[in-house]
Design a protein. Structure first.
Length: 132
């Protein structure tokens, strides 16, 4: 397996696990059965950090679509290189950092870490376009 596909797989797995913290908070707030039920309109909200974790998870899913398409295209076209492997590693680390920083509620750092992940995606796109 190429480094790019390994980082894609790890990113998918990480993103797939991002629901765990906020669902555990939901269980703590509503109880196990309340967390599994359809929430009533007057359901108590989760902790602020859990709401941010949920938003970070949604953001990670939205960006995973772009990242996966780029990585798979790099793989299919045979354009893997140290450059693309590094871009995938940076993306993975930035997305992990984004989840932590977003959940912790650190707004400026959240934007900066998001930008790092975006530029890692841009690097893959530029490689595909033959610019780098």
């Amino acid at each position: 397996m190429s480094q790019e596909l390994m980082w894609l797989t790890l990113t998918v797995l990480m993103t797939a696990l991002f629901w765990v913290p906020y669902v555990l908070n939901r269980i703590a707030v509503r109880g196990l059965m309340g967390a599994m039920a359809n929430p009533p309109a007057d359901a108590p909200p989760g902790a602020a950090w859990a709401e941010r974790a949920s938003a970070a998870h949604k953001n990670a899913i939205e960006n995973l679509v772009v990242f996966a398409a780029l990585v798979l295209t790099v793989h299919v076209t045979g354009l893997e290189s140290g450059f693309t492997a590094t871009a995938c590693l940076v993306y993975f680390l930035a997305r992990a950092g984004h989840f932590v920083v977003y959940t912790a509620g650190i707004p400026v750092l959240r934007t900066l870490v998001f930008a790092v992940a975006f530029f890692a995606q841009l690097a893959l796109a530029l490689r595909l376009l033959g610019i780098v």
